[in-house]
Write a protein that binds this ligand. Structure first.
Ligand code: NAP
Length: 445
């Protein structure tokens, strides 16, 4: 059956995506992929910063440039004619959700999970006790975190948590900063790390090595570090093997991790002055110090019948820097209801509204960047099922955005991106990040 022009127009829907991180771009891609001759989408993406790519820019560790290369895919998605970018526009502040919803057939919240969970132990408020949610964007040049005070004068740092974010924090502190010279790490962070006295980094997990959330590729790269000895007690690795075997069939990922632990434990130490050391079965009890972090007390756990229990024994580490990397929750946005650190949703649908959610805002802080691709595809399927037969005609959002805001559109963002890359070329780096909002906006003009 032939489709008339009216029908084609009738099936052209407008979707707003809030947040220009991996979830946002993969949502746009899922909408683009779902288009047919009878169903088309205009996509408006809103981002509160003048810079794009979310965690690909401000989360991924600078010594993992390959992971950052997904930004090329994002730029291709953004180059489609039906895609518009509204950067430097904060939804919930500059624009209300109530202003978006009537103008779009659907609004997809891809605003992530940027607030660090806290340990809830005494001393957590002391100077030198940070969340990875502050430390990571500090070293990655996120404009809001440039002034985070990271005390690097002591010789020891302690990272709490056994996930990939903890690993990134530990590596950035534990490797020789010359290994970061050719990366796009923030200029202020590189300078601070070159002056850092930290030589010993402890990573503390509350359960056993067999339970750690690190992924095997991240563990396998540790023995390859050129200027850092990586230490795990071989008895702890052996005990983890024994426990995992006793618990039944070992899952593939756990088996890969256990093998990686074995290789780390067996790797000969080179006597570098820098080291990263894993402590398992250690739960933080208290951070002590007079106005600033001086010591952290750990309780020692053991595993009995598969259960982690507190032995009542403790040990302490003298340190001036404790970073907790124990997960995130979503920041609140006016007009959106949140529950358990996520946008309140059912499989990505915000019930009773034309709002949807994808990524960490939807499912919590889990999965790698690529996880957002399938997540977005699943939610877009539901969004399409829900579309009214007749698209909305609520008018263009541009008229509602306050005149005082300099909107960073795709052309402006391309200028910022090109200027940063050009600044990096002179120094043999992928880019030099500008970290001041006013200067970023100036680069776009
Ligand atoms: P995660 O993988 O969920 O790890 C969180 C860690 O914190 C777990 O070891 C957890 O231990 C521990 N923890 C939670 N509450 C604690 C407490 N009160 N005291 C002590 N420890 C506590 O989270 P993440 O490291 O933030 O990473 C988030 C996601 O991003 C993950 O899916 C990760 O793989 C991904 N990511 C990937 C990469 C990469 O691919 N290179 C890099 C960074 C992040 P329990 O298991 O005992 O709860």
């Amino acid at each position: 059956m032939e489709t008339s022009i009216e029908e084609v127009l009738l099936s052209h829907y407008k979707v707003a995506i809030v947040g220009a991180g991996p979830a946002g771009y993969f949502t746009a891609q899922a909408l683009q992929n779902a288009q047919t001759s009878e169903l088309t989408f205009s996509i408006d993406m809103f981002e509160r910063l003048p810079t794009m790519w979310g965690l690909v820019r401000s989360g991924v560790a600078p010594d993992h440039p390959k992971i950052r290369s997904v930004s090329k895919v994002f730029e291709k998605i953004a180059s489609e004619p039906s895609f518009r970018l509204f950067g430097n526009v904060e939804v919930g502040t500059d624009l209300d959700i109530e202003e978006l919803c009537p103008r779009y057939d659907a609004v997809v919240m891809c605003t992530g999970s940027s607030i660090g969970k806290t340990l809830g132990i005494p001393g957590e408020e002391l100077l030198g006790s940070l969340s990875a949610a502050e430390f990571v964007p500090w070293y990655n040049g996120h404009p809001d975190y440039v002034n985070v005070d990271v005390p690097l004068g002591g010789d020891t740092a302690v990272i709490i948590g056994a996930g990939n974010v903890a690993m990134d924090c530990a590596r950035i502190l534990g490797i020789n900063p010359i290994e970061l010279d050719s990366t796009d790490i923030a200029v202020h962070a590189l300078a601070a790390l070159h002056k850092s006295n930290i030589r010993k980094v402890y990573i503390a997990g509350r359960r056993g090595p067999e339970h750690a959330a690190f992924t095997a590729p991240e563990l396998r790269e540790l023995p390859k570090l050129e200027h850092t000895d990586v230490i795990i007690d071989s008895d702890a690795v052996h005990a983890a093997h024994v426990r995992a075997e006793a618990a039944g069939e070992i899952e593939k990922q756990t088996a890969a991790n256990l093998e990686a632990w074995r290789l780390i434990a067996e790797h000969p130490r080179s006597g570098h002055e820098r080291s990263m050391e894993f402590h398992f079965l250690s739960h933080p009890i208290e951070i002590k110090g007079d106005g600033k972090v001086e010591e952290i007390i750990f309780g020692i756990n053991e595993i009995k019948d598969g259960k982690v229990i507190d032995t009542g024994k403790t040990y302490s580490i003298k340190t001036n820097l404790v970073i907790s990397a124990i997960g995130y929750h979503a920041p609140h946005i006016k007009g959106i209801s949140f529950r358990d650190g996520k946008v309140e949703n059912e499989n990505g649908r915000v019930l009773g509204t034309n709002i949807y959610t994808v990524g960490w805002a939807k499912r919590g802080p889990s999965g790698v960047i690529g996880t957002n691709k399938s997540d977005a595809a699943d939610v877009i399927k539901l969004l399409i099922e829900d579309l009214n037969p007749e698209p909305k005609n609520g008018g263009d959002i541009s008229v509602v955005i306050p005149q005082s805001i300099v909107v960073i559109d795709q052309a402006s963002w391309s200028k910022i991106n090109a200027a940063e890359v050009a600044a990096g070329e002179e120094l043999g780096k992928p880019r030099v990040k500008e970290v001041v909002i006013a200067k970023l906006i100036a680069l776009a003009e």
